[in-house]
Design a protein around this ligand. Structure first.
Ligand SMILES: [Zn+2]
Length: 307
């Protein structure tokens, strides 16, 4: 069933578990995410970036919306990193039940004003809004941020930002970064900062963690063994994710893990059988691999069995 982002996240925050927002770009990824959600009886957020919308067009949004409606678990369809008011309006027109406006690269006052505008439009049609304060290191789809320039979220500013914009959930910068390179060894989450933000926003307020993929070393090894090339890739440790959830994070974004699972499996299938040319025999196993990864994430977040 199609619900809003806030429907899913306010319950998650109240009950102390996290819900995954998994990025989708096509039919197989969408099916993998929803099959895992059905199997685990977990609420889920299907996230589409502007890049995904450009790639999949109207066909992708129609597929995602219909699949979400048909699901027997709560599903929100969410715009990930909306870059403009226009982009958000398009998503709302497509029937998205949740949108993110990301003006975190702008100064504070511009971020407030632009986000406020989006909140007015989205709330008028019953959709939830996420915005970001502070900047994540690494590469967003549309914003490149040098790691040195990355600014972590200021707790007091976060409180003012939420009050002035009326957003439903806040994406915080607490040390995670997008992509498969999250620093050497165990990546860093500023738990003290996270706790302070949660304390100021109150015990019911859902926080969002971007760049939270686990980057499982098993997948990295398989990716390499099947001919893939990737540098020294690391993700967020499962214990860090669990701790962040206990500290106030309700929405955890995961994209990289699905990309790795997909590509590792496609490479394995093609390498194992040079004669294969049926797309279903190539994409089917990749879908199964992604379903497994999503189900594992749901177990980690504690959302399994909640729907
Ligand atoms: Zn993100």
């Amino acid at each position: 069933m199609l619900v809003t982002g806030l429907d899913i996240l306010s319950e998650a925050r109240r009950e102390g578990y996290g819900v995954g927002a998994f990025n989708t770009n096509n039919m197989e990824i969408t099916q993998a995410i929803l099959e895992a959600a059905e199997e685990r009886r977990s609420p889920v957020i299907l996230a589409l970036s502007e890049g995904a919308l450009k790639y999949g067009g109207r066909e992708l949004t129609t597929l995602v919306r219909e699949a979400a409606r048909d699901a027997t678990v709560p599903v929100a369809v969410h715009l990930d990193h909306g870059s403009s008011y226009t982009s958000v309006l398009k998503a709302l027109r497509f029937g998205f039940t949740s949108v993110m406006i990301d003006k975190s690269g702008e100064d504070f006052e511009t971020n407030v004003a632009e986000t406020r505008r989006v909140v007015e439009a989205a709330h008028a049609v019953g959709a939830s809004v996420e915005a970001e304060l502070g900047r994540l290191a690494g590469v967003e789809e549309h914003v490149a941020v040098d790691e040195k320039d990355a600014l972590l979220t200021n707790p007091r500013e976060a409180q003012i930002f939420v009050e002035r914009t009326g957003i439903d959930f806040l994406a915080v910068a607490v040390g995670t970064s997008h992509g498969p390179y999250k620093g050497k060894g165990r990546p860093f989450i500023d738990h003290e900062r996270l706790k302070k933000i949660a304390e100021l926003l109150g015990p019911e307020y859902p926080l969002v963690l971007h760049g939270a993929s686990g980057v499982p070393q098993e997948l990295i090894q398989r990716f390499r063994a099947a001919g893939g090339e990737i540098g020294d890739a690391h993700g967020i440790h499962p214990d860090d994710v669990k701790m962040a959830i206990s500290e106030g994070v309700a929405k955890i974004n995961t994209d990289t893990d699905l990309r790795l699972a997909f590509t590792a499996r496609v490479r394995e299938v093609l390498a194992a059988d040079p004669k294969v040319f049926d797309p279903r025999k190539i994409l089917g196993p990749a879908r199964e691999e992604m379903r497994r990864v999503v189900a594992e994430r749901m177990d980690l977040f504690g959302s399994s069995g909640r729907a």
